[in-house]
Write a protein that binds this ligand. Structure first.
Ligand code: 26Y
Length: 820
């Protein structure tokens, strides 16, 4: 569709004008970065008009608004995505071509805004895209970290973390809104003051430190509907300039402290994924953005409504995991201490406003804050949590008289700790898991006492991804091919993509599909050559595992299998072997030593294998540095095999699995997370499934019956490959380099049991599944058929579907209309 705003000539002029205005240069003199900025401002011009229109529509239509509260938004680059959603990508590409400029190269000038770690943060970004595209009124609420997810460099095979100064050149799409600043208070104590006029006792925080939260708005452009929603991220500033005012007031010390607080609070994103560390600064970050966001939501509501009692009719908070859970007591505080409501009224409103999504069942990711720290930092909030807990336990004891085990399992404050998941469940009206299997495990195991007490709160919302970024933008060749046959309806209605299933048996279509895949593999091979200096063969099988590095995701099993294959090839050079390129991309949390050792192992195996002429290039191992949203788009488009090999029961859903499927890769995976539903959609004959089931894993865990040593002793292949960790083969003779990894399988030092992730139990069935991959790939037609069917059956996994289900079952929003 031709977008009127993108009249080519007007656009070209606008770019030239912007270069002149911003840099006092003409086009020939400007750098690529400067032209990129000029293009962004030209695009922003169009967006601003729609942004205003959306704002006006919201003011007029007064809809219920969703606030999606998240510590993380992994947005990825905005320029290309905004052009896609404005349906102006191709016109702008042409306009720039005519100016002698290349849109792809300009896009590469943009730093990824990486304000998130992995799945949870990227999910939030996909959700914002779908909310705007479906026309639902929604705000993302988060933190404007000065430094996002670190940039990863690989030096000598080791991960090195480099600060991500993403704001260095300024971020062209953001808008500072100082007029909506909010004060956020920390520490001090709570005084009770009698108010003569109302006859009430007020709770007043004294002797506190505070910071100013300053909102920055980012536009979230809906696809072809003129809707522009907002992601608000909060920056912190000192309340006042300490060098002037406070010095005179003799409060110099406090002023310096407040200045420091403001500086440190938004300094950096914690690079932990699925792993909790009780750091005080992190709790400060949580309360900082939640207090500011809740204050703003309440203020916005009060602009149009004077009946605070009905807040939940116009406002709903979705808590992205437990990280924003202080929203529960913070809303209670505002309703009672600021709005003057009593406990019961405030509680009713709060528990109709907040809803919680759980993203993990792993114990190590569950947030628990020591009472001492929590109460010191948030004294009034702590009082409220105490009272929530007191009242809740009365209920529990009423329902389960004499059953103190229930109290232990459910108390919000227990054993000197505030349990955030419990607070989120008690304080909200909905609890959801992110895939069917995950929700079942929550109900039957992890949260079973809560499920038993309030089953009506529990529901499943299987995750999804946005096809606009991960097919339309990331894989234009396949997108055009799909559109040619099935029309462009899939862009906003992904299930329509199913029509291409009709082509699965068509030889010509199979050929075209494989040619597109091949071109995308050439594109990735070029990226790998430029970034890694490694030559890879686009005719080999591209076997890809990209995701955060974590033991439960078992990149370790993948590389062990590569070691096993290499060893077999060495011993038997003429064995049938289809050339394979194993591609990894993964950041390890900075303090996660074992994860970092796995990165080193992957690179070390790569060094040996890639440089061994005797295997004639049959195996290549590539570790892509700095895996992030922008290079992910290239990687998904080029993959043949999608490695989704987590220990069953551990991966709540996975979303990379869906991106691969959409791009026609075949899943090699365990029956975990959303893999289960992927197989349900595409059929198990079009995937490679192996390994223990979630039930089997849980049974082993409960009964302590798993014995990895027996595999090590009785299986010669396993024995050999595990021994190669300490043979020096991949470490220039250094037998200690990978000793900890070896120990983790057999004799753990800092884990409750060996091989906690059942690597040895699953190894042989993984290797067998890999053989099935190879067999199938030899039959090009059979492979192409399955690949087409994967794309064809990916309809369920659009985040548009996920969002519609959240709207229907949890949020109950109405659409706004912007385009007349
Ligand atoms: C610091 C600590 C409390 C923490 C920080 C980040 C805990 C968890 C996380 C992030 C979790 C996460 O990304 N979970 C992933 O969420 C995805 C979206 O639902 C799932 O697809 C994926 O399986 C899950 O691991």
């Amino acid at each position: 569709m031709l977008n009127a705003e993108f009249n080519k000539e007007t656009f070209k002029n606008s770019v030239k004008e912007n270069v002149k205005m911003l840099y006092r240069k003409n086009l020939e003199e400007a750098s690529q970065q400067e032209i990129y900025q000029a293009v962004c401002y030209a695009v922003k011009d169009v967006i601003i008009d729609n942004w205003l229109k959306t704002q006006k529509a919201m003011d007029e239509q007064d809809p219920k608004i969703l606030y999606y509260m998240s510590m993380e938004f992994l947005m990825g680059r905005a320029l290309g995505n905004n052009l896609i959603n404005l349906t102006a990508y191709k016109q702008v590409q042409e306009a720039l071509d005519e100016m002698g400029l290349n849109l792809n190269l300009l896009e590469d000038q943009e730093r990824d805004p990486a304000l998130g770690n992995g799945g949870l943060g990227r999910l939030a970004a996909c959700f914002l895209d779908s909310l705007a595209t479906l026309g639902y009124p929604a705000y993302g609420c988060g933190i404007r970290y000065k430094y996002g997810m670190f940039k990863q460099q690989i030096r000598d095979g080791y991960q090195v973390e480099v600060p991500d100064n993403w704001l260095k050149h300024g971020y062209p799409f953001e808008l500072k809104r100082p007029e909506y600043a909010k004060e956020v208070k920390f520490g001090g104590y709570v005084a009770q003051e009698y108010d003569e006029t109302t006859g009430r006792v007020n709770f007043v925080q004294k002797d506190y430190q505070s910071v100013n939260a300053i909102p920055y708005d980012m536009p979230i452009v809906g696809y072809d509907n003129d809707v522009v929603n907002t992601l608000t991220i909060w920056d912190a500033e000192a309340i006042q300039d300490f060098s002037l005012d406070s010095f005179d007031k003799g409060d110099y010390h406090k002023a310096v402290e407040q200045e420091n607080l403001a500086k440190t609070i938004v300094e950096v994103l914690y690079p932990n994924d699925n792993h909790y560390e009780g750091k005080e600064l992190r709790l400060k970050q949580q309360y900082f953005f939640i207090s500011a966001s809740v204050q703003r939501a309440v203020a916005k509501y009060k602009k149009h409504h004077d009946d605070i009692i009905k807040l939940y009719e116009k406002v709903t908070f979705q808590l992205n995991d437990t990280h924003p859970t202080v929203a529960v007591p913070e809303l209670m505080r505002i309703l009672m201490d600021v709005e003057g409501l009593g406990w019961d009224e405030a509680w009713e409103i709060t528990t109709k406003t907040c809803a919680y999504t759980n993203h993990t069942i792993m114990a190590e990711a569950l947030e628990k804050w020591p009472v001492d720290l929590f109460s010191r930092l948030l004294p009034r909030i702590y009082q409220i949590v105490e009272e929530i807990n007191r009242r809740f336990l009365i209920q529990v004891r009423e329902q389960y008289p004499g059953d103190e085990e229930k109290v232990r399992q459910m108390a919000v404050i227990y054993d000197g700790q505030v349990h955030m998941a419990r607070l989120a469940i008690v304080g909200g009206y909905s609890v959801n898991g992110v895939a069917k299997l995950h929700t079942e495990i929550l109900k039957k195991q992890t949260l079973k006492d809560f499920y038993e007490m309030t089953p009506e709160k529990f529901n499943n919302k299987t995750n999804g991804i946005t096809q606009r970024r991960f097919l339309l933008h990331g894989n234009p060749l396949l997108a055009d091919w799909v559109t040619e046959y099935a029309g462009n309806g899939w862009i906003t209605d992904l299930p329509k993509i199913k029509k291409i299933a009709e082509l699965a048996d068509d030889t010509q279509a199979q050929k075209e599909f494989m040619e597109i895949k091949h071109k995308n593999k050439v594109r990735l091979a070029k990226y790998i050559k430029e970034h890694n200096g490694i030559d890879v063969d686009p005719n080999s099988i591209f076997d890809v595992q990209v995701k955060r590095l974590h033991e439960y995701k078992r990149q370790f099993m993948n590389i062990l299998h590569i070691m096993y294959l290499y060893d077999r090839l060495k011993k038997n050079p003429d064995m049938p072997f289809y050339p394979r390129t194993f591609i990894f991309g993964a950041k390890a949390s900075a303090g996660y030593e074992r994860a970092k050792a796995i990165i080193k192992l992957i690179n070390s195996v790569g060094d040996v294998v890639n440089n061994d002429p005797t295997i004639k290039g049959k195996i290549k191992v590539v570790f892509i540095e700095d895996y992030r949203v922008s290079n992910a788009e290239l990687i998904f488009a080029a993959a043949d095999v999608s490695e989704q090999i987590s220990t069953a029961s551990k991966e709540a859903s996975g979303t990379g699995n869906m991106k691969f499927m959409l791009n026609g890769a075949l899943t090699l995976g365990t029956m975990d997370g959303a893999n289960v539903e992927i197989v349900e959609e595409v059929g198990k004959e079009n995937a490679f499934i192996f390994g223990l089931s979630a039930d089997q894993v849980i049974e082993y865990e409960n009964n302590y019956t798993y014995d990895p040593m027996s595999y090590f002793i009785h299986d010669q292949d396993i024995h050999n490959v595990v021994m190669d960790l300490i043979s020096g083969r991949y470490s220039n003779g250094d037998t200690m380099m990978f000793r900890d990894l070896y120990d983790s399988l057999l004799t753990p030092k800092n884990a409750p049991r060996p091989d906690m992730y059942f690597t040895l139990a699953d190894f042989k069935s993984y290797a067998a599944a890999q053989e099935r991959v190879e067999d199938k790939y030899r039959n090009t037609s059979a492979w192409a058929r399955s690949a087409i069917l994967n794309t064809a059956h990916s309809g369920k996994f659009t985040s548009d579907r996920t969002i519609q289900q959240y709207v229907d079952d949890i949020w109950h929003l109405d659409k706004i209309t912007v385009r007349k």
